[in-house]
Structures are given as structure tokens and as C-alpha cells.
Design a binder for this molecule. Structure first.
Ligand code: AMP
Ligand code: MG
Length: 427
């Protein structure tokens, strides 16, 4: 590979081209066994068929009396019918005998309806009188009785491979007797955070040092996308150290932050080309143009620019879809979307894809003036982002745009840092 340091990018790849390369390469990881108490949100890697009926016995849906329905025909408030009280059936402690004609069994919700009985009369229309029960309302056979397999039938296909398990799905697995289930393994993500200027999160910035915020953002994004971050440390701009971290064979995905461009201290592109393959370096987008993408063996490696907004946008465009795909989820951006008119025009350039932070006010999307790639607070002030596709020169004021919302919940009081808006170029 030509060493591009201090020379700039000769040409840049299109976002679509890079996306196609990633889509082609990322297949769901192999399955692992997951306890059902931890399987919610995981992606199912097998089809689930029930080997049992739920319920496995005819089940009372009421507190009342189990009877033969036909014995109650004609019963009314003025002409109650009296049946012999034979015993009781409780959940987990059924009545063992058979209910004969003109007999009744006291029964609770969830208890087995005994043999011979075919209906349950609710307690409100019954009155016990020494050894018998008076019933003042008729019930049809099967009334208030849950049939065997009414919920889930034996042999029924209940959940399909590829489904992202919901809490109630985990509950259903429990109800059919499953203790664990095969799920797609979560992608393991190695963060390689580079920069001599960085202090670990939790430090106070001072002098020429800044605090590493990228790892904090990336961890949360990886978590959102179903990945698992491996332990990491902040590395100085020393090629050998960065090489060792990038070579971590435990990882499915490596995210390198910083040192991805064409400066003297930008080692990652060359290292990736040495260790594996640097498929793309320099992408026609704003911010995040100094992004690099490649593979080391099966591993996907993303070289994310250090500028916080660039780092985040490059993650959203490239790393996020790949991590989701490896974990068996859809590649599409997971954000909720709304379509709104633009309050002001957005200027872009043909051939370039832009990631524009917007605020939402009075039903309109307002592009934020502070759009510099180093201005992390622009993403905090924003409600979401608008993507300007490469074939567009920009977007006109008043035109409808799709906003990828940062929040899942409806808007609440947004954090709005005040003061002058610093400037800075998006890259
Ligand atoms: P680089 O991509 O290494 O040239 O860094 C570009 C800019 O992003 C510089 O101003 C860095 O100080 C800043 N930067 C690099 N890494 C981080 C990080 N982990 N957190 C916050 N800012 C960073
Ligand atoms: Mg750096």
C-alpha cells in the first residue's frame, strides 16, 4: 500500500460502496446456549416447537363450582337448582374423583376441572347450604373451562429463528418447559482508543490533555446494537502498541478511535494493511471522511476518526450495521424516524453523503449551525440527524426530510448548553 500520510486522500470511496462491502461480509455469528432468564433481547438461533400442551389439563377460568353443564339447565334466581357438593379442586391440588350427575365440586381459578365436569359456574350465583350448593344461573357445557392446549398446542411452532426475543417470548419458553435456548452469539467488540492527548473518562481535562469521550459513546452504541465490549485501555500513538491491540483474536469487531487520517501520527491505516486488508481509506462523506475499513481474517476493523462527531457518525454508518448483522439483527439504523419540513436549507455537495444534526422546534427540523466534527455538544443539542444522500447538492428550505431520532421516547426537556457557538469544519 502507498503510505498516504501527510499527502491527503487521492480518491474517496462512496458510502454505498463501503456499505455493500460490509453487507456482503457480515453474516450472523454461530449460536450459543442462553439461559431463558437472560434471553430477552437476544436473537433466536433455532425454531421452537412446543412438545407439550399448555394448559396440560382442563383449567377453571373462575372461582366457583365445577358441574355438568346440563345439570344446571333451567336454573334461575327464583328457581335455583341444588347439587350435591362432593369436594374441592385447588391449583396444584386437584379433586381426584369423577363428578357424577347432580354433583358439584368447589373450584378455584387455575385448578383442574375434574373428570365428569364440563363447566364452571361462577361463585357469585351459587350458595353453599350444608353439603350442597344452590345454583341460580345455568351454564352451558365448556363455559369457564380452558381447554387442553388452548394457549399452546403440543407440536405447535411457537417462535421462529431470527426473532429478537421479547420478555413475553422468554416467558412462553418457560411455560413450555425450556430452560435454555440457542441464540446468536453477541459480537465481541474491541475498542482501541488512541491518542497521546487522552485522559481516561472520569478525569478532569487540563493543560493540553482532553478526556476520552469516544470510548464512552462507542460502548453505549455497541450495547444498543447487541454487541459486547471487551476490556480496553487508552493507547499512546505508538505503532507497536496499536498493532498488538488491533490483532486481538478474541474480537469479532475492532473499533479504532483516532489516528485514522493522513497525519504523521496516524498509524492505524498502515497497521491494518499490514495485519490484514485495508479495503477503504477515505470516504466521501461529512463528517467522518478519514474513516478506514477493512478485515483482519474474519474480524471487521473500523478506523474511526478521533473527532467525536466523526467517530459517532462513522460508527452509525458502518460499524453499527455490521455489529447488528453479526448479532443476527437487521442492518438498518435502529432509530425511530419522523418526516418534517426543513426550517432552513442544508448545503451539501454532489458526490458526498452528509450527516447533519438537527433540532426540532414547532414541527420543523432546524439544521444546527454548529456542525463541526469536533463539537460533540452539537449531537447533544440535536434531536436527531438528517442524511443527505450523495446525489444531492443539498436540501431546500421547506422540503420534507427524514430525521433519525436519537431518542426512543417522545421528547422531554432537552439539554441545551448555552453560550457562543464555536466553529469548526466537519471532516
Ligand atoms: P485524530 O483522529 O487522532 O487526528 O483526532 C482528531 C481530534 O479528535 C483531535 O482533536 C483529538 O484530540 C480528538 N480525539 C481523538 N481521540 C479522542 C477521544 N477518544 N475522545 C475525544 N476526542 C478525541
Ligand atoms: Mg490522534
Amino acid at each position: 500500500m502507498r503510505d498516504v500520510r501527510m499527502r491527503g486522500f487521492a480518491e474517496r470511496a462512496d458510502v454505498e460502496e463501503v456499505d455493500a462491502f460490509l453487507e456482503e461480509g457480515a453474516r450472523p455469528l454461530p449460536a450459543e446456549t442462553v439461559d431463558i432468564t437472560r434471553c430477552a433481547t437476544r436473537v433466536l438461533a433455532e425454531d421452537v416447537t412446543s412438545a407439550v400442551d399448555v394448559p396440560g389439563f382442563p383449567r377453571s377460568a373462575m372461582d366457583g363450582y365445577a358441574v355438568r353443564g346440563e345439570d344446571t339447565f333451567g336454573a334461575s334466581q327464583y328457581d335455583p337448582i341444588s347439587l350435591e357438593l362432593r369436594g374441592r379442586s385447588l391449583p396444584g391440588a386437584p379433586f381426584e374423583g369423577c363428578v357424577e350427575a347432580r354433583q358439584a365440586i368447589r373450584i378455584m381459578t387455575g385448578a383442574p376441572v375434574p373428570e365428569g365436569a364440563d363447566a364452571v359456574v361462577m361463585a357469585e350465583v351459587c350458595e353453599e347450604k350444608d353439603g350442597s350448593v344452590e345454583i341460580s344461573e345455568a351454564v352451558a357445557p365448556r363455559k369457564n373451562v380452558g381447554a387442553v392446549g388452548e394457549d399452546i398446542g403440543c407440536g405447535e411452532a411457537v417462535l421462529a429463528r431470527g426473532r429478537r426475543l421479547r420478555p413475553q417470548d422468554a416467558g412462553l419458553l418457560a411455560s413450555i418447559g425450556w430452560g435454555s435456548v440457542a441464540c446468536v452469539r453477541r459480537p465481541r467488540v474491541r475498542l482501541v482508543i488512541t491518542g497521546d492527548e487522552l485522559l481516561p473518562a472520569g478525569s478532569l481535562p487540563g493543560g493540553s490533555k482532553i478526556v476520552d469521550s469516544n470510548s464512552v459513546v462507542l460502548r453505549a452504541l455497541v450495547e444498543r446494537d447487541g454487541g459486547e465490549t471487551l476490556p480496553f485501555e487508552i493507547l499512546p500513538d505508538i505503532p507497536e502498541r496499536i498493532r498488538d491491540a488491533m490483532a486481538d483474536s478474541e474480537a469479532d469487531v475492532v473499533l479504532v478511535s483516532g489516528g485514522t487520517s493522513v497525519g504523521q501520527e496516524d498509524h492505524a491505516p498502515r497497521l491494518l494493511d499490514e495485519l490484514g486488508r485495508l479495503a477503504f481509506h477515505g470516504i466521501s462523506m461529512r463528517p467522518s471522511s478519514p474513516t478506514g475499513i477493512g478485515r483482519i481474517g474474519e474480524r471487521f476493523v473500523f478506523l474511526l476518526p478521533g473527532n467525536p462527531v466523526s467517530c459517532m457518525a462513522a460508527y452509525e454508518f458502518f460499524a453499527g450495521p455490521t455489529i447488528r448483522a453479526l448479532g443476527g439483527r437487521p442492518r438498518a439504523w435502529p432509530h425511530r424516524r419522523v418526516t418534517l419540513p426543513l426550517a432552513r436549507k442544508i448545503t451539501s455537495a454532489v458526490g458526498r453523503t452528509d450527516y447533519v444534526r438537527v433540532a426540532i422546534e414547532a414541527g420543523k427540523a432546524i439544521p444546527l449551525a454548529t456542525s463541526g466534527a469536533s463539537i460533540l455538544s452539537s449531537t447533544v443539542r440535536a434531536a436527531g440527524a438528517v442524511l443527505v444522500p450523495r446525489e444531492h447538492e443539498g436540501m431546500a428550505e421547506g422540503s420534507d426530510v427524514e430525521v433519525f431520532l436519537y431518542d426512543d421516547d417522545p421528547p422531554s426537556a432537552a439539554a441545551a448548553p448555552s453560550g457562543a457557538e464555536p466553529s469548526g469544519g466537519d471532516r
